[in-house]
Write a protein that binds this ligand. Structure first.
Ligand code: PBG
Length: 325
């Protein structure tokens, strides 16, 4: 097959033709919108490093959720920022905790909206680690599992639809699955942050969630970005332990991992287009250096083309508006 029999440009000559042969599509249903909830009333605090993203009190969160729903977005991902933190992250599993309140409020106003909750300790611990450090500062895997399981159960009791453990402790998916099952919640799916890399692209999130580690880093539990075989092992483990959806995070610098995960497991695959990826686009767009809408749509499509079924993105509302237009 060669020129002039094959002319690639024949199918590129008109917009309608191009649309007919487009191999990848992006739908509003593919989007999950992350939100940060804080205590208090009428609070709406901008996150400086993430233009358009706010820390919201439950009342303001509800207004925002109504808008999200109106745009046609099917799911939100909740992160809680508690009033007080301790070494154990005990505010993470209280029935009246900030996320637990937010879940109830969302389910009261928009029962059909899918509420996913991030299950992790870093927002709730005074040291900012995703688990419980021992005396030497090393995060104790097995001790952390108990707290994660309690946190997941408290979210489910409050009414969330999916729990999403993001801590990267070994065995947490199995532990959470058993704990939910033992308490009668056999139907609640787990979205595992399965291949989560230790990434500098999380910088702005740590401002948003107030979760910067106070000592050391997350490299003893999050993955080394050199590794793809290890990522596949992590995904295999999480699926064996009961994960229903598997996530790769971040997205843009890890499109090869998304592709490999989708091809190998054919599981519902989620990509997290993280805070730093969002901030880079916003910053360049504010300078007028790139076209925000076009670049955003190109990025979203690329993530889908790599094999993601769902995309968690701070740009979800913008993307929904672009698609709706
Ligand atoms: C909690 C968590 C993090 C993110 C999602 N869940 C931060 C981290 O692991 O340091 C990052 C999200 C983002 O950057 O948008 N463990």
């Amino acid at each position: 097959m060669g020129f002039p029999i094959y002319r690639g440009r024949r199918l590129r000559s008109q917009a309608a033709l191009r649309a007919m042969v487009a191999e990848t599509s992006l739908h509003i249903n593919d989007l999950i919108y992350p939100m940060f909830v804080i205590h208090g009333k009428d609070k709406h605090l901008p996150v400086t490093s993430m233009p358009g993203v706010y820390q919201l009190s439950v009342d303001r969160l509800v207004n925002e959720v109504k808008e999200v729903k109106k745009l046609g977005i099917a799911a939100v991902l909740l992160f809680g920022i508690p009033e007080s933190k301790d070494a154990e992250g005990s505010s993470s599993y209280q029935d009246n905790g900030v996320v637990q309140q937010a879940i109830k409020a969302i389910k009261d106003c928009c029962p059909e909206l899918i509420v996913v909750t991030d299950v992790c300790l870093c927002e709730y611990t005074d040291h900012g680690h995703c688990g419980l450090p021992d005396k030497s500062g090393y995060v104790d895997n097995d001790a952390t599992l108990e707290i994660l399981a309690r946190q997941a159960l408290s979210h489910v009791r409050a009414g969330c639809d999916i729990v999403a453990p993001s801590d990267m402790m070994d065995g947490r998916v199995g532990r959470i699955r058993n704990y939910l099952d033992d308490n009668g919640y056999i139907q609640v799916p787990i979205m595992a942050y399965a291949a989560k890399f230790a990434s500098s692209f999380y910088g702005p999130f740590r401002d948003a969630a107030d979760s910067t580690p106070q000592f050391g880093d997350r490299k003893t539990y999050q993955m080394d970005y050199c590794n793809i075989n290890e990522a596949l092992r992590e995904v295999a483990m999480d699926i064996e332990e009961g994960a229903d959806l598997v996530m790769v995070k971040p997205a843009l610098a890890y499109l090869d991992v998304i592709k490999a995960v989708k091809e190998k497991f054919s599981y519902p695959t989620v990509a997290y287009n993280v805070s730093g990826e969002y901030a880079m686009v916003k910053a360049a767009a504010e300078h007028g250096w790139i076209d925000e809408e076009k670049v955003t749509m190109e990025i979203m499509t690329a993530i889908k083309r790599a094999g993601a079924d769902l995309i968690i993105t701070y740009a979800a509302k913008d993307v929904a508006r672009y698609i709706n237009r």
